[in-house]
Design a protein around this ligand. Structure first.
Ligand code: KIV
Length: 313
């Protein structure tokens, strides 16, 4: 299994506001224990918030795993924030697996969850099980996530039956953006909220180990979290969930197209990257880079020898 062996060295994580500064993050003295789906449940039992973030590449996974995140979701949001699609619908299994493998090479302890892309699990249950299996066998993931409630119950049961942990996803389910009429909050009427409570109970009964609740009223998310025994992970669903997830590119300020209202930005990497690139371009154009310290030297004797060899002495 990729990313599961060997200790990682202490890392220095570069970040900055304006100028380049660093925060040292030391590798823990003891390697962190692997987070499991059981640990998710135990954290809920103890009332300890579960932390989850998305990652799509090796260095990001390495950094957030070292920071101590409980779980990493390789979300199909990568279609928008990494691949530049308008929404998550075009994302393929091959694209997901490519990014899962990179994340699995970077993370040692976090529970790794692969997001099943649109049409990898909706059409046929057998295909859903085979594709879920690929996330574990080829992607190095520990579990999968899929969107939807009662309409997905057969697929959830079959995947769980194959021994693969499944995380559900209710509320704003981005793969249904066209059906929902846009990226809009869900469960705002009594009828819609009742349906969401029922769906959460159905997914729990079908064997999901956890459920993401996206863009639903905070008090509804809290009610669902209290009614089911499995942990809820909220995104735009308030503080009453058992854990929280954010899309990392939103948290880092790396995705410039829009920032959902529920995001807290912890950095402005988009501007910071642009500043660094502009400085590099200026340095090259004004010949400030490369400087002598970035240059490989050649021994004087070898140089003389070369000049003799090619007859320029
Ligand atoms: O794809 C994704 O990143 C997600 C999270 C927003 C939960 O589904």
């Amino acid at each position: 299994m990729p990313g599961r062996t060997g200790e990682k060295p202490a890392r220095t994580l570069p970040y900055s506001e304006g100028t380049l500064s660093t925060v040292s993050v030391s590798a823990p003295a003891q390697p962190r224990k692997k987070v499991t789906t059981l640990a998710f449940r135990q954290k809920k039992g103890r009332g300890e918030p579960i932390t989850m973030l998305t990652a799509y590449d090796y260095p990001t996974a390495l950094s957030m795993d070292a920071a101590g995140v409980d779980s990493i979701l390789v979300g199909d949001s990568l279609g928008m924030v990494v691949l530049g699609y308008a929404n998550t619908i075009p994302v393929t299994m091959e694209e997901m697996l490519h990014h899962c493998r990179a994340v699995a090479r970077g993370a040692q302890a976090a529970l790794l969850i692969g997001d099943m892309p649109f049409m990898s699990y909706q059409a046929e249950v057998g295909e859903a099980v085979r594709n879920a299996g690929r996330f574990l066998k080829e992607g190095g993931m520990d579990a999968v996530k899929l969107e939807g409630g009662r309409e997905r119950v057969e697929a959830v049961r079959a995947i769980v039956g194959a021994g693969i942990p499944v995380m559900g996803h209710l509320g704003l389910t981005p793969q249904s953006v066209h059906q929902l009429g846009g990226f809009r909050a869900q469960g705002k009427t009594a009828a819609a909220a009742k349906r969401l409570v029922e769906d959460a109970l159905i997914l729990e009964a079908a064997g999901c180990f956890s459920i993401v609740l996206e863009s639903v009223p905070a008090r509804l998310a809290e009610m669902i979290s209290k009614r089911i025994s499995i942990p809820t992970i909220g995104i735009g669903a308030g503080a009453g969930c058992d854990g929280q997830v954010l899309v990392t590119h939103d948290l880092l300020g790396l995705f410039d197209r829009f920032t959902p209202k529920f995001v807290k930005k912890y950095a402005d990497f988009h501007s910071e990257m642009q500043r660094a690139f502009a400085n590099y371009i200026e340095d090259v154009e004004t010949k400030r880079f490369p400087a002598p310290e970035h240059t490989v030297e050649m021994d004087e004797k070898e140089w003389e020898e070369l000049l003799k060899e090619i007859g320029q002495v």
